[in-house]
Design a protein around this ligand. Structure first.
Ligand code: MEV
Length: 437
């Protein structure tokens, strides 16, 4: 049975692996070899990755693929996408190609305001808190003068601080609700530094405020942190074309568009479907967010909260037929950056930015929204026509073959066979067994 350890973080990498091997890996030489085989040969590069986080033992690979042919606001992009899911990049590429000769995608940033809060307790009268806040607001702003100097030079900085009285939802609960522009940075460190400075200033001023001294009752800071809910930092991407131009295989444009719009209507009304529907869009969003070194947990949390902003979880995308034209669009919040964090550190992220022709944060927001829209288009198109499994299993075929440890020859023969036959796990196993017999 494993025993607890103290000082694990102080051990070097080899010692950490030794400890892990003895406690959790039964000294399994294969498991240890896997950890070591994934080290990068270039020690400087490995050290860079080791330093991204703590207690690093090895690297965890995910594929980086490319979805070409994305025409966004009349500029042609190839999207770098990091995902482990088969058929996601193929679907994005298909959607990009589908819209390429129909005018491509349009995208625009709606707003870029980020926010954070200092959460406070105050159990005295609400008017006392308001009077105090109004008195100290200029001092709060003054207290971050140094912190925001550079950000201001880049056109960002604090927008405003408001006192929000939330005592009807939680006794004694107030917030300093602070809004910011952070330019090309995601801005998490900047915002959190500002918030903590506000918190310190507030506590210092409260200790000297005569009314609080008189009552011997002071506001108390509970915590200061940015919000990953960013409904004022949103982007819109859309496509449109003549309904007739949606005709494909044996389906008329009208039939396709009608069924497509109906599928969206279902996602708008039924949360169980909306979650899966949005998951499909997030396949596209996350893959570019990860490729560009952005915080996918922040994006995920913010997007799903936005999808539920009216009290019911609903679709991020919408579609309509207006006259003879089909319209399809997405609107979502995206707090991402093109400077700071991993963006200038991770060599693969730097290449991703180069592939994307060095976008600024607003351009990247548009690209990511388009990736989400394209992915959702591809999913709804499959679901309402052939069904998802046909394409998915075709792309999953290689995973099954790798599980079966198929040789190159076996792979070639199996892939050739399944161009004409439906892929299922058992069908592939049977076919490979036949080959081997
Ligand atoms: C699978 O990763 C994504 C889908 O389930 C999305 C959807 O159902 O719309 C295919």
């Amino acid at each position: 049975m494993p025993s607890p350890i103290s000082g694990f973080s102080k051990k070097n990498k080899a010692e950490k692996i030794d400890w892990l091997a003895s406690q959790y890996l039964e000294q399994d030489p294969e498991a240890i070899a896997v950890l070591k085989n994934y080290w990068h040969q270039d020690e400087t590069l490995q050290q860079l990755h080791d330093d991204f986080t703590e207690n690093t033992l090895s690297n965890y690979f995910l594929p980086l693929g490319i979805a070409p042919n994305f025409l966004i606001n009349q500029k042609l992009y190839a999207l770098p996408m990091v995902t482990e899911e088969s058929s996601v990049i193929a679907a994005a590429s298909n959607a990009a190609k589908f819209w390429l000769n129909k005018g491509g995608f349009e995208a625009s940033v709606i707003s870029t305001v980020k926010n954070g809060q200092v959460h406070l307790n105050y159990f005295g009268k609400a008017t006392e808190m308001t009077t105090f806040f109004n008195k100290i607001k200029p001092l709060l702003i003054e207290s971050i003068a140094d912190t925001q100097r550079n950000m201001k030079k880049r056109g960002g900085g604090l927008i405003d601080i408001e006192l929000i009285d939330s005592i009807t939802t939680l006794e004694g609960f107030y917030q300093l609700h602070c809004t910011f522009e952070t330019g090309d940075a995601m801005g998490a460190n900047f915002i959190n530094t500002c918030l903590e400075t506000f918190a310190n200033t507030l506590e210092k001023e409260a200790a000297a405020h005569s009314l609080f001294i008189e009552n011997d009752q002071y506001p108390e800071v509970v915590m200061s942190i940015l919000s990953n809910y960013v409904p004022e930092c949103t982007v819109r991407a859309s496509v449109s074309c003549k309904v007739a131009d949606l005709a494909q295989d044996d389906i008329s444009g009208e039939e396709f568009a009608t069924k497509f719009v109906r599928a969206i209507a279902i996602a708008k009304t039924e949360p169980r479907r909306a979650v899966t529907h949005n998951k499909g869009a997030m396949n596209g969003v996350d893959a570019v967010v990860v490729a560009t070194g952005n915080d996918f947990r922040a994006v995920e949390a913010g997007v799903h909260a936005y999808a539920a902003r009216n009290g019911k979880y609903t679709s991020l995308t919408d579609a309509k037929i207006e006259g003879d034209t089909f319209h399809f669009w997405i609107e979502l919040p995206l707090a991402i950056g093109t400077v700071g964090g991993l963006t200038r550190l991770h060599p693969m992220v730097k290449v991703a930015f180069k592939i994307l022709q060095k976008p600024n944060a607003k351009e990247l927001m548009k690209i990511i929204a388009v990736s989400g829209l394209a992915q959702n288009f591809a999913a709804i198109r499959s679901l309402t026509t052939t069904g998802i499994q046909k394409g998915h299993m075709k792309m999953h075929l290689m995973n099954i073959l790798n599980q079966l440890e198929a040789t190159v020859k076996e792979k070639e023969q199996t892939v050739a066979h399944f161009t004409k036959h439906a892929v299922s796990h058992s069908a592939v196993v049977n076919f490979v067994n036949q080959l081997r017999n």
